[in-house]
Design a protein around this ligand. Structure first.
Ligand SMILES: Nc1ncnc2c1ncn2[C@@H]1O[C@H](COP(=O)(O)OP(=O)(O)OP(=O)(O)O)[C@@H](O)[C@H]1O
Length: 299
């Protein structure tokens, strides 16, 4: 469990590489015990943010607090409470699964080998098989079992399902959700696969061009946004602060609005928005777009 009820807090975090800023002004608070998806296109800064969270990179600006402790000043005890599964779940391919488990036990203070063995037995993954001889889905499961056996309070995963087929992806996410249901672990994972997020996550962070463009509890975000569909309007709605996205066809205009008043003009209807459409709308926003705050929909 965490000392503060908060798994992760970042304040004004930026990361500058030689060629420029990969992350700017990132301020987030993630509650403990939840599953958070970090979504963004290639190059958005997801890996950079995750590496800052687990202490593999130091921020150029701002602070990162994990489980109530500043990451840059973390002790081995604090870091031992954070698990990290890097992109493509790297394993020593010549080690057998049993050897990987022994290695995990030797390197981690709180490693629960029995837990990892039970998870792998349930999935039918043989302990005497070399990691390199396992399928991609099995390798991902071994990497996850190793990470969970560390009994982390915060588990950070970088695109864990990107290379998996739909079945392996489903099984992987099932195991992850099972671990959350058992309690005690907060999860932050990055993903390109948006359509499964609603089933798996309770919190969302959308990152685009190195900046957080949307963050919050998923149910709250869905309740705050709606689609307004009506006759094609020539009004300059795109520039209203509440309008996240405006799409015009020959006869209709569809507006995605946040915290907007319901339209009263004839022919306009309000509809709920699906999570995938919400994420895509924020990803399509130009990088300089401001936040969506004040009312401004057809009346
Ligand atoms: N070690 C590095 N040195 C210099 N620039 C880097 C380094 N790592 C990342 N970058 C740059 O920082 C930006 C963000 O990269 P990052 O890998 O964090 O994005 P990402 O969202 O994880 O992308 P992907 O989905 O492709 O993995 C990119 O422009 C990338 O080229």
């Amino acid at each position: 469990m965490t000392d503060t009820g908060i798994a992760l807090r970042t304040d004004g975090v930026g990361k500058r590489y030689r060629k420029g800023w990969a992350l700017r002004d990132c301020t987030l608070t993630l509650p403990a015990g939840g599953v958070t998806a970090l979504v963004g296109p290639n190059g958005a800064g997801k890996t950079t943010l995750l590496r800052l969270v687990v202490g593999l990179l130091a921020p150029s600006t701002g602070t990162v607090e994990v489980l109530g402790h500043d990451v840059t000043a973390s002790t081995p005890q604090t870091l031992s409470r954070v698990g990290f599964l890097a992109q493509d779940h790297p394993l020593y391919k010549r080690f057998t699964v049993a050897e990987l488990l022994r290695f995990g036990r030797a390197c981690n203070l709180r490693f629960d080998q029995g837990l990892a063995e039970r998870r792998l037995a349930k999935l039918g993954i043989p302990l005497d098989r070399k990691a390199g001889a396992l399928s991609g889905g099995q390798q991902a499961q071994v990497a996850l079992a190793l990470a969970l056996a560390k009994r982390p309070d915060l588990l950070v995963l970088d695109e864990p399902v990107a290379s998996l087929d739909p079945l392996a992806r489903h099984e992987f996410l099932q195991v992850l959700m099972g671990a959350v249901a058992e309690g005690g672990v907060s999860i932050l994972f990055s993903s390109h696969v948006v359509h499964e997020l609603e089933r798996v996550c309770d919190h969302l962070v959308v990152l685009n061009h190195g900046r957080v463009t949307l963050t919050g509890d998923i149910d709250t975000l869905l309740a705050e946004h709606r689609l307004l569909v009506g006759p094609r309007t020539t009004a300059d709605v795109d520039r209203a602060d509440t309008v996240v996205q405006a799409v015009h066809s020959d006869r209709h205009t569809t507006l995605l609005v946040r915290d907007g008043a319901l339209p009263t003009a004839p022919g306009w209807q309000a509809q709920p928005v699906a999570l995938e459409d919400l994420v895509l709308a924020y990803l399509r926003r130009p990088s300089g777009a401001g936040t969506t705050t004040a009312p401004g929909v057809p009346a």
